[in-house]
Ligand binder design. Sequence first.
Ligand code: GDP
Length: 138
Amino acid sequence: MQERTFAIVKPDAFRKGYTGEIIGEIAKAGFKVVAIKKASISKAQAAGFYAVHKDRPFFDSLTAFMSSGPIVMMVLEKANAIADWRKLMGATNPANAEEGTLRKKFAGSIEENAVHGSDAPETAAFEIGYWFAGYELI
Ligand code: GDP
């Protein structure tokens, strides 16, 4: 069964010019890019997206970072998309990320860690709906 997940090339990776290489890895891993757009988001939009983290000590810094420059947002589709995209991303902290993962290759720190991916079907549904309209997902 096909599954969809939500992905972001974060501002650090965009700024460093890694977007093309990251999309190449996504294609190589067999994901279909259902939707894609570049955006510069506000701190308030980032806060809504990361609302589950609002009580964490890094919330203000994270939302400032996410609104610090352009990002690329994508909806990816394949069988097992959510888990497979998390695997390709690697651990949140690049110091713990496995060889061959995007965060191992491109992340600079635990916060500026290059990519985002939904962690469960419920979060994927929320995140896709937060950034994309239904007509963009046909
Ligand atoms: P993810 O699902 O791997 O992206 O990780 P989380 O959902 O736990 O955290 C969301 C994002 O917050 C991460 O991707 C990082 O950008 C940032 N983050 C997570 N943990 C920390 C931390 O301990 N310190 C800081 N500064 N940022 C963090």
